[in-house]
Design a protein around this ligand. Structure first.
Ligand SMILES: Nc1ncnc2c1ncn2[C@@H]1O[C@H](COP(=O)(O)OP(=O)(O)O)[C@@H](O)[C@H]1O
Ligand SMILES: [Mg+2]
Length: 278
């Protein structure tokens, strides 16, 4: 059983003149007639966990696929460390230091952990690294993030869902990314496995990664995120430092009960939550 390292120092300072590791400006994406992303302004800094939340079909995975080079935006600007970039393919995203762990982890269950971590890198790595060297490198990345894997020579089908998620995350770290996007990393995990994966995400922040944590689980995101961004119908409808919003604020923004985040403040200084203020 693991636990979150506490206290977790907040790393988000809205006053600091820092350049985002990754920024999207007025980004739009349509699939035929469907406007999947509209006027998206989004940032993530290094040493920061940004939670991206919203109902099903809000556009979260689509945003992840844009920054990982799977989808090309219809219009808009993407900046990496303040420099304009075009993420034209997944390999360009990797070269730009952006790694994504998608909802389906794409692990080969019959292969062991080491083979899975180097899968797809055979051409430029396996020819250079021996099997022992790959094993050493795999272990070192898994150790660095505190992943608990009984043996890196186990086939992935013998691992728990939490361990498989850890392997999928560790695999992306081999490319030494600056930004890591995690799409619903805890959605199919037990409470213990969730705690382990959240612990690993906190360690990644400490290592300096900028992390985009897409999640349905508000308890998870409240436990670890520095900032929260809420999407609804393809738009970002609000964002806030996590410490400034309540669980109820977040639910109200996700469901459309309020039209922005943080929740509007009444003249008496109390939050308007659960009421339509459109
Ligand atoms: N390849 C695609 N072609 C057409 N529509 C798509 C495609 N991918 C996503 N969409 C649509 O974009 C919207 C956002 O989907 P998605 O990003 O998967 O939402 P979320 O991850 O927030 O649940 C949905 O209406 C979905 O049907
Ligand atoms: Mg999704």
């Amino acid at each position: 059983m693991t636990h979150l390292d506490t206290p977790v120092a907040p790393t988000y300072d809205p006053e600091a003149p820092r350049i985002p590791a990754l920024e999207l400006r007025d980004l739009n994406l349509s699939f035929g007639g469907i406007r999947a992303l509209e006027h998206i302004d989004f940032k993530v800094y290094s040493h920061e966990i940004v939670a991206l939340v919203g109902e099903n079909a809000a556009g979260k995975s689509t945003l992840a696929k844009v920054v990982s080079g799977v989808y090309r935006p219809t219009s808009g600007t993407i900046l990496r460390d303040g420099m304009e970039v075009s993420i034209t393919s997944p390999s360009v995203a990797t070269r730009l230091g952006i790694a994504t762990v998608f909802q389906d982890l794409a692990l080969a269950n019959n292969l062991d952990v080491v083979a899975n971590m180097f899968l797809g890198h055979e051409r430029n790595r396996a020819n250079v690294l021996s099997s022992d060297e790959m094993e050493t490198e795999a272990k070192s990345v898994l150790d660095e993030i505190g992943a608990r894997i009984p043996s890196v020579r186990y086939p992935c089908e013998n691992l728990s869902a939490g361990q498989r998620q850890s392997v999928a995350i560790a695999r992306t770290l081999l490319a030494k990314p600056k930004i890591v996007v995690l799409d619903e990393p805890t959605s199919s995990l037990s409470i213990t496995q969730t705690a382990e994966v959240l612990d690993l995400i906190v360690r990644m922040r400490r290592l300096g990664h900028g992390i985009v944590l897409i999640s349905h689980n508000l308890a998870d995101v409240q436990a670890v995120a520095d900032r929260i961004v809420v999407m609804r119908h393809g738009r970002i409808i609000g964002e806030s430092p996590m410490s400034d919003v309540t669980y109820e604020d977040i639910v109200a923004a996700i469901t459309g009960a309020i039209q922005s985040l943080p929740a509007p403040v009444t003249t008496r200084g109390t939050r308007v939550v659960g009421a339509s203020v459109a």
